[in-house]
Design a protein around this ligand. Structure first.
Ligand code: KE4
Length: 432
């Protein structure tokens, strides 16, 4: 079904052509709108909290390029410094002082990070941190949590979230059993299950990796006791604790979930925000572990465009903007206003909805709740979500096209944007 009230002729034409050129017409599955009605909107340009499609329709955007646009799309100060760097070239393939600057900012901000390595995506960061965990401990098994997504490397495509959950893909074809045999799964927020895995696999588990606040099974918050328990359990068993903060890093607090909850892992992965919209990822942590990474140590990892000057420039400026006083209070305020407004409207219009927020990250389920893990979030009403998504799109509100994704606010979203979003939600929820 195409959007009935907004003209999307050009989007349709371009997307039809795209499907002959790229698998599913997209370069990342979740963009394909497979689990919601309608078809993908083809973007023309973005600015602040808004996007414009190729048909000239404007939307208030709560995806923000899946996290990077935390200061608003195409922030003038980011664009300005990028122009300056562009004049000096786009890639050096050699050290630049920009890498030192961003590395220092990340090390100063993130409690667990004493040394950091930049890569080009969150997937790369998670792949590298996995190899490092195994090298440091000499063990092969890892524990991940159902519904958590750590990029598309083979080892992590086991009961993953995000596009894997959205498309309800089986553990992806092409991933050898020999690889996933070493990936143990537990339900999020279930410390007992993790304890059992450690006891059943004594001295074999290299570490535990998790999204400390889940964004890839929909928005799921941790029990603090769960996070603290993982910290104690990994220490007790000589295993490493890894926070995948690709999504939460610099978004739920300047120092990420580990600052917010006061639990410090051994290693952390980052992405999205630290590149300010340019391709980036990073992994970092304890000096004794990071010193094992080549060429300082023997754990190999490399990348042609790693630390490239454009991504470093955009990341530095983005973090500078986030350091300004009041930014996280504003993100908290805007997210809270949106979520609380939606919960109230849902109640008034008779829909079971569960939602929450932390800083600039939020989410909503068509579900009675509580949502403690992926099994809970899977019980959500996906048909109703799809109708809600389509209705909001037709009213100029751009939400993640999957129940199994988080929403993102930014410093550019205004009170008026929230009011418009809530008005649209009331209209849609009173009709579906
Ligand atoms: P990338 O390889 O997409 O840069 O990062 C992978 C990744 C790792 N860890 C976490 C916690 C992540 O959220 C991600 C990527 N997030 C998705 C959104 N759910 C990216 C959007 C997409 O896949 O197109």
């Amino acid at each position: 079904m195409v959007n009935t009230t907004i003209r999307t002729t050009k989007s349709e034409q371009i997307f039809t052509a795209a499907q002959k050129l790229m698998p599913g017409g997209v370069n990342s599955p979740v963009r394909a709108f497979k689990s919601v009605q309608g078809q993908p909107i083809v973007f023309e340009r973005v600015k602040g909290a808004y996007i414009w499609d190729v048909d000239g329709n404007r939307y208030i955007d709560y995806i923000g390029s899946w996290g990077p646009a935390i200061c608003g799309h195409a922030h003038p100060e980011v664009i300005a410094v990028l122009h300056e760097t562009l004049e000096k070239g786009t890639s050096f393939g050699a050290p630049s002082v920009l890498e030192n600057v961003l590395a220092e900012m990340v090390i100063d901000a993130v409690p667990s990070i004493e040394m950091v390595r930049f890569v080009n995506s969150g997937t790369e960061a998670c792949m590298a941190v996995l190899r490092l965990m195994r090298a440091f401990t000499g063990r092969e098994k890892i524990i991940k949590f159902e519904g958590c997504y750590h990029g598309h490397a083979d080892n992590f495509l086991v009961k993953a979230g995000s596009g894997v959950a959205t498309l309800s893909l089986p553990d992806s074809p092409g991933v050898p059993k020999s690889v996933t045999n070493n990936t143990l799964i537990a339900p999020f927020n279930d410390l007992t299950a993790v304890k059992a895995l450690f006891e059943e696999n004594l001295n074999e588990i290299a570490g535990v990796i998790l999204e400390p606040v889940v964004g890839n099974a929909g928005f799921i918050t941790p029990n603090l006791e769960f996070l603290k328990g993982l910290r104690e359990l990994t220490q007790e068993h000589g295993a490493l604790l890894v926070f995948d903060e690709v999504m939460t890093g610099f978004r739920i607090a300047y120092g990420g979930a580990q600052e917010k909850f006061g639990v410090t892992p051994d290693l952390t992965t980052l992405g999205k925000v630290i590149g300010g919209g340019l391709p980036v990822g990073a992994y970092g942590g304890r000096l004794d572990i990071m010193s094992m990474v080549a060429p300082a140590g023997s754990v190999y990892q490399a990348g042609t465009l790693s630390g490239n000057p454009l991504a470093m420039t955009a990341g530095i400026k983005t973090l500078e903007l986030l350091q300004q006083p009041g930014t996280y209070e504003y993100l908290e305020h805007i997210s809270k206003k949106l979520v609380n407004g939606l919960l109230q409207i849902a109640e008034e219009t008779g829909h079971a909805v569960y939602g929450g927020h932390i800083g600039g990250m939020l989410g909503l389920f068509f579900n009675e709740g509580p949502i403690r893990n992926y099994q809970d979030s899977k019980k959500s009403d996906l048909v109703k979500f799809s109708r809600f998504h389509q209705g909001m799109l037709e009213r100029g509100i751009y939400l993640a096209p999957s129940q199994f994704e988080a929403w993102f606010s930014s410093l550019a979203h205004t009170e008026d944007d929230i009011a418009q979003t809530l008005a649209a939600a009331r209209d849609v929820l009173s009709r579906i």
